[in-house]
Ligand binder design. Structure first.
Ligand code: BTN
Length: 259
């Protein structure tokens, strides 16, 4: 039988005003993104969290799937309503909150691979998928999907074993999903409120970027940019210096680190 999450433990550790105060806990669902979308459409309050023990059709970025076995990891979607001009804050706050939660709850030093993968020991431990519903210029809601590998035996999933990791793999023992979840929601709310007012969150995200200074290959559909990831601009876009000296601005896409 799969382990159930102890929600009382999570609640005891939760320090938030809004994030996670309305929490929907599901045993099994195709994707928490879809449940959260339905909740948002029905007017769910900001900070609503949909969490599942298992996803049968977990989604990743760029049309990929997210391996989501039962009872091992954290699969959650947050419903947020940022003002349109601060929408980009979510892709900075989310990986930062995951990285900070990993350090606080289980002591794992975590880095960020642009734009928002979380890495431990150079391998991916968490992924983030943000889906936005707009009404003209305004944001109706944004769905922040977070998948964090906690007690997953990565070796049992050969298709990702080389590139992925989990808390269990890094620590050599199981980690507490409850502590990780509470730390994540606490960090998310704290960093989100801070980001709406200051630049410190951007700098904290930037200083965790594994990508900077490395040779990279960025792809977005047909577009491929190769060079050295020099910096990020104020919008969070990646600035890549090509061999010929020109500078490319990459707003979205997938990046491979090559040196
Ligand atoms: C990625 O790295 O490609 C993003 C992975 C996002 C996975 C999470 S798990 C919870 C939420 N529900 C989904 O179907 N996907 C996100």
């Amino acid at each position: 039988m799969a382990m159930q999450l102890n929600l009382t433990l999570v609640e005891e550790r939760l320090k938030t005003r809004c994030v996670g105060r309305n929490l929907l806990y599901l045993t099994r669902t195709p994707s928490t993104q879809d449940v959260a979308r339905a909740e948002a459409k029905r007017g769910a309050p900001e900070g609503t969290v949909v969490l599942a023990e298992e996803q049968t059709a977990g989604r990743g970025r760029l049309g990929r799937s997210w391996v989501s076995p039962a009872g091992k990891n954290l699969y959650l979607t947050l419903v947020m309503q940022p003002p349109a001009e601060r929408l980009r804050v979510l892709s900075i706050v989310s990986p930062l909150a995951v990285a900070e939660a990993l350090e606080e709850a289980v002591g794992l030093p975590s880095r960020i691979k642009w734009p928002n993968d979380v890495l431990v020991g150079g391998r991916k431990i968490a992924g983030i998928l943000i889906e936005t519903e707009l009404a003209g210029e305004a944001v109706k809601y944004a769905l922040v999907g977070i998948g964090l590998n906690v007690n997953f035996d990565v070796g049992a999933a050969p298709e990702i074993a080389d590139i992925a990791t989990s808390v269990r793999r890094e620590l050599g023992r199981d980690g507490s999903r409850e502590e990780l979840l509470a730390a994540l929601l606490n960090a998310f709310e704290a960093r989100y409120s801070e980001a709406l007012e200051s630049d410190a969150v951007f700098q904290a995200w930037r200083s965790r970027l594994e990508t900077l200074g490395r040779r990279v290959r960025a792809t977005l559909g047909e577009r491929v940019v190769e060079g050295v990831a020099e910096d990020v601009d104020a919008e969070g876009s990646l600035l890549i210096r090509r061999e010929d000296g020109s500078l490319a601005t990459v707003e979205a896409g997938d990046v491979t680190l090559s040196g």
